[in-house]
Design a binder for this molecule. Structure first.
Ligand SMILES: [Zn+2]
Length: 262
């Protein structure tokens, strides 16, 4: 397995490529876990990107955004780099608390775990394009950037019949070409404003990491009116994120935030 980490301020991603491409689709035959829409009565998903039919997405403005949409106080929970080992557990928590969220999936991981992509869409969660295999886009030609975007969207379309209307560049790295390509494909570009740095736990679920993720989410998010919280559901699993998530949800809920998708 090859882990690619790029550390730095507000940059947090980890992805394992070779294992994704060769992993047996063991979860493939499992039926979706019967999720109900997380919207009932409390926090309706507003973006519904994951439910967009393959026919296309609404037009999106040029540029990258770092604030969750909606009036009053809104918060967007986002999970990058999946589907992975913790995706089902994260969905179960979101369902329990009736909270919408956005999953920025990687194409190779979708191909390895299509049942989880179907579970995200059936559950009413938004899905976003996080490229085919997580390159640094600003190192690539326009043609290769376009291929990264298109192959990931095609994979979701083949699995679910829907296409993502949201896009997040790996590592938050992009250039004007990226923005143009995303706009041409009617995908809104979304970064984040709250970095939980949960990928640094590297598969650990220890209390140290759980508390650190909670602290960063609360300290950075609690001072914003429209935070976008970056978390992960990587191939290797994010047990600390799973443990922290209920606390993070209750923190924002107690302070009057409405949960939205991107
Ligand atoms: Zn990523």
């Amino acid at each position: 397995m090859v882990a690619i980490f790029r550390a730095g301020p507000a940059i947090a991603c980890a992805v394992v490529l070779t294992a994704c491409q060769s992993a047996p689709p063991s979860a493939d035959t499992a039926p979706p876990t019967g999720m109900t829409p997380p919207s009932a009565g409390v926090t309706p998903p507003t973006g519904a990107a994951g439910m967009t039919p393959a026919a296309g997405c609404p037009a999106s403005p040029y540029g990258a955004r770092v604030e969750a949409p909606g009036g009053a106080k809104t918060v967007a929970l986002t999970f990058d780099d999946g589907p992975g080992k913790s995706t089902a557990a994260i969905i179960a928590i979101l369902e329990r608390y009736r909270v919408p969220a956005t999953f920025f999936n990687i194409g190779v991981n979708m191909a390895a775990r299509p049942s989880l992509v179907r579970a995200e869409v059936k559950g009413g969660y938004a899905t976003g394009n996080h490229t085919w295999n997580h390159p640094d886009l600003d190192d690539l030609t326009a043609a290769r950037q376009a291929a990264e975007l298109d192959e990931a969207s095609a994979e979701q379309r083949s699995i679910t019949g829907t296409v993502p209307c949201a896009f997040r560049p790996p590592y938050g790295d992009y250039n004007s070409t990226t923005l143009r390509l995303a706009q041409q494909r009617r995908m809104g570009v979304w970064l984040w404003s709250v970095d939980t740095e949960d990928w640094k736990a590297d598969g650990s679920g220890s209390p140290y990491w759980v508390h650190r993720i909670i602290r960063l989410a609360e300290e950075e998010g609690g001072v914003l009116r429209h935070p976008i919280v970056l978390m992960h559901n990587e191939l290797i699993g994010n047990p600390a994120t799973v443990s922290a998530l209920p606390v993070i949800i209750q923190f924002f809920r107690a302070r009057g935030y409405r949960f939205v998708t991107l």
